[in-house]
Design a protein around this ligand. Structure first.
Ligand code: PEP
Length: 252
C-alpha cells in the first residue's frame, strides 16, 4: 500500500516563535488521529528547521526543508547543501517548487543535480512540477509534465525511486484559490504513473506516492484525496492555519 502524505509548505512564513507554536498546536490537534500509513510533514524556513525539529519531537510531525543547493560546499553565498541539512536531522527536501522555478530560475538540469545530491546523502525528496495555465489552455499540460519528470528524474535507477515523492502542482492552482478538479488531478496522476511504468515497471509506478498541490482546503480535500492515484497533498496557504491543516489531515 502506498504511503499517504499531507505536507505543509510554509514558504517564507512564520518566525521561530510562530513555527514552534504552530507545531505545538498541530501536535495537539492531531493527537487523537490514527494516521495509519499516513505521514504528516511541515516545511519551515531554513533558519527555523532545528527549533522546529525540537518542537516536533515525540510526534507524528516530520520537519523537512523547502530547498537546497546541489553542491556539497563552496563559493555559493546564501546557499545550503544536502549534507548540511542532513547534519541537523533533516531527512527530506522539497525540490522544484514552482516558486523556485519562476523566481529563482530553477531548471530541469539544475533540479536533476539537486536530486542526485539528495540521493547521495541518503535523503528523500518531494519533487514538485506542474504546468502553467497557458500550457493547459493549449493542451500541452501532459507534454510539459512528462518533460519536467523525465528531465529531472528519468536518469535514476529503480532503487532510487524509493526516495522520491512526486507533487503535481498545476501552477494556475497554486495560491490562486482555483483548484484542479478531482478528475483533472486523477487524470494527471494516472498519466504520471503510466509514464513511470513505461520507463521503469509497474512496481516502481505503483510504489511512488503522488501528491496533489494547488489550493487544497478542508472543503475540497476529501474529494481530491478520494481519487485512486492521489496519495495526499502538498499544502501552501492552508498549512499555516492549524484548523485548516488538521481538517486536510482528517480528510486523508
Ligand atoms: C504550494 O505552494 O505548494 C501550494 C500548493 O500552495 P496553495 O495550497 O496555497 O495553493
Amino acid at each position: 500500500m502506498r504511503t499517504k502524505i499531507v505536507a505543509g509548505n510554509w514558504k517564507m512564513n512564520n518566525d521561530k516563535k510562530e513555527s514552534k507554536q504552530l507545531i505545538k498546536d498541530l501536535k495537539k490537534s492531531i493527537k487523537a488521529e490514527k494516521l495509519e500509513n499516513t505521514r504528516v510533514i511541515v516545511a519551515p524556513t531554513f533558519v527555523n528547521l532545528s527549533s522546529s525539529i525540537k518542537a516536533a519531537k515525540n510526534s507524528k510531525i516530520e520537519v523537512v526543508a523547502q530547498n537546497m543547493h546541489q553542491a556539497k560546499n563552496g563559493a555559493y553565498t546564501g546557499e545550503i547543501s544536502a549534507n548540511m541539512l542532513k547534519a541537523i536531522g533533516i531527512k527530506t527536501v522539497i525540490l522544484g517548487h514552482s516558486e523556485r522555478r519562476t523566481y529563482f530560475n530553477e531548471t530541469d538540469k539544475g533540479l536533476a543535480e539537486k536530486v542526485d545530491a539528495v540521493l547521495e546523502n541518503e535523503l528523500e525528496t518531494i519533487f514538485c512540477f506542474g504546468e502553467l495555465l497557458e500550457d493547459r489552455k493549449s493542451d500541452h499540460h501532459f507534454t510539459v509534465v512528462k518533460d519536467q519528470i523525465a528531465n529531472a528524474l528519468f536518469h535514476l535507477d529503480k532503487v532510487a525511486w524509493k526516495s522520491i515523492i512526486l507533487a503535481y502542482e498545476p501552477v494556475w492552482a497554486i495560491g490562486t484559490g482555483e483548484t484542479a478538479s478531482a478528475e483533472q488531478a486523477q487524470e494527471m496522476h494516472a498519466f504520471i504513473r503510466s509514464i513511470i511504468e513505461k520507463k521503469y515497471n509497474k512496481e516502481v509506478a505503483d510504489g511512488v506516492s503522488i501528491l496533489y498541490g494547488g489550493s487544497v482546503k478542508p472543503a475540497n480535500a476529501e474529494e481530491i484525496f478520494s481519487k485512486p492515484d492521489v496519495d495526499g497533498g502538498l499544502i501552501g496557504g492552508a498549512a499555516l492555519n492549524v484548523a485548516d491543516f488538521t481538517g486536510i489531515i482528517k480528510a486523508i
